[in-house]
Ligand binder design. Structure first.
Ligand SMILES: *Cc1c(COP(=O)(O)O)cnc(C)c1O
Length: 343
């Protein structure tokens, strides 16, 4: 059976054009810094984000964790949003790899305010953890692809600078925020000491993320990437997919946003589902299933039997994500299947 796969924007497969571009990539040993295609990708991303330097890493998690490691010392505290990827989907890595404590703040749709952060920062006392880093997520995965308002980021940055606190952006889907708002990646990135972006989500590359920051910071990240086992060799083949993705697949994200909006509007007409349409700002739709009287797993199973794949979200929620391998036509078919099963 061919499924309509709305589980994640990571399920995309490299297109024939992308594969051709990968095949023709010049390569070298990247642990020696000699892979020209990796170097080119890193320069491209540094330029796009307005940073001095950038580093290719195998995954978004490695990008976040090497950044946390490079910014902190054991015993430091890192402020995160309670529903963030770093808090929920990175297997407690900050405690294991960096020996830091996370301080989760409950946001609204993934957004925390400078006022909340002010209350979370520790006074300088030897018997308290040192607040060292604030991590923000844009767009916010678990909140449903929501955009972090740049005005709030600006205020948080001013406060962080006054208090000697670093800032890291988990921008796995920063591209989606940029396309939805018209704000450039550079405009967002200027407020952060480090930025992680993914190439393997909406952009359709099979592997890869990039961390950007100043030169000294990136040299530290390079060391931790090696320590965490992410030093790779002739990896220009993968970097080429990233270059191709950056050149061809950013603008088209708006199609994914249109598909998600359409899907959300239609599904919200089914009385047993709860969707907050306000949060459908990019390519993710979170659907509350409590009123169906079924568990998320039961709903997912019925959908699968009828050819549609979704994934589970937080408590009593399921999630649909649009991406470049699912057409508007297929989204319409998925809507029909939802109506047939649940309306
Ligand atoms: C997917 C994701 C990551 C991690 O990416 P992987 O490549 O799967 O390790 C980090 N942050 C956010 C917000 C994500 O959605």
């Amino acid at each position: 059976m061919k499924y309509i796969d709305l589980r994640s924007d990571t399920v995309t497969k490299p297109s024939p054009e992308m594969r051709k571009f990968m095949m023709e990539a010049e390569v070298g040993d990247d642990v020696f810094g000699e892979d020209p295609t990796v170097n080119k990708l890193q320069e491209m991303v540094a330029e796009i984000l307005g940073k001095e330097s950038a580093l290719f890493v195998p995954s978004g998690v490695m990008g976040n964790q090497t950044s946390i490691k490079a910014h902190t010392e054991p015993g430091d505290e890192v402020i995160v949003e309670a529903e963030s990827h770093i808090m929920n989907y990175e297997t407690a890595a900050p405690s294991m790899l960096s020996g830091v404590q996370l301080y989760p703040i409950q946001g609204k749709n993934g957004v925390i305010t400078v006022e909340q952060i002010k209350r979370a920062v520790r006074p300088k006392a030897y018997y308290m953890p040192r607040t060292r880093l604030i991590c923000l997520e844009n767009t916010h995965n678990r909140a449903g692809g929501t955009i972090f308002p740049i005005e709030e980021i600006k205020k948080i940055r001013e406060f962080a600078l006054e208090n000697g606190i670093k800032m890291h952006l988990d921008g796995a889907r920063l591209w989606n925020a940029c396309v939805a708002t018209g704000i450039s990646p550079k405009e967002y990135a200027q407020y952060f000491d480090s930025v992680l972006v993914c190439l393997s989500k909406g952009l359709g590359a099979p592997v890869g993320s990039v961390v950007a920051g100043d030169r000294e910071f990136i040299e530290k990240v390079r060391k931790y990437r090696k320590i965490f086992g992410g030093g790779m060799r002739q990896v220009g083949i993968l970097a080429a997919a990233g270059i191709y993705a950056l050149q061809h697949n950013i603008e088209r994200l708006k199609e994914d946003h249109e598909k998600a909006k359409f899907f959300a509007q239609e599904i919200s007409k089914i009385p047993v589902f709860d969707i907050n349409l306000e949060t459908v700002q990019t390519n993710i739709v979170i659907i509350g299933v409590e009123k169906t009287g079924k568990t998320p797993d039961e709903i997912l199973k019925v959908l699968k039997e009828n050819g549609v794949l979704l994934s589970s979200g937080s408590y009593m929620k399921i999630r649909a994500v649009t991406h470049l391998d699912v057409s508007m036509e297929e989204v319409k078919q998925a809507v029909e299947i939802f109506f047939k099963l649940f309306a």
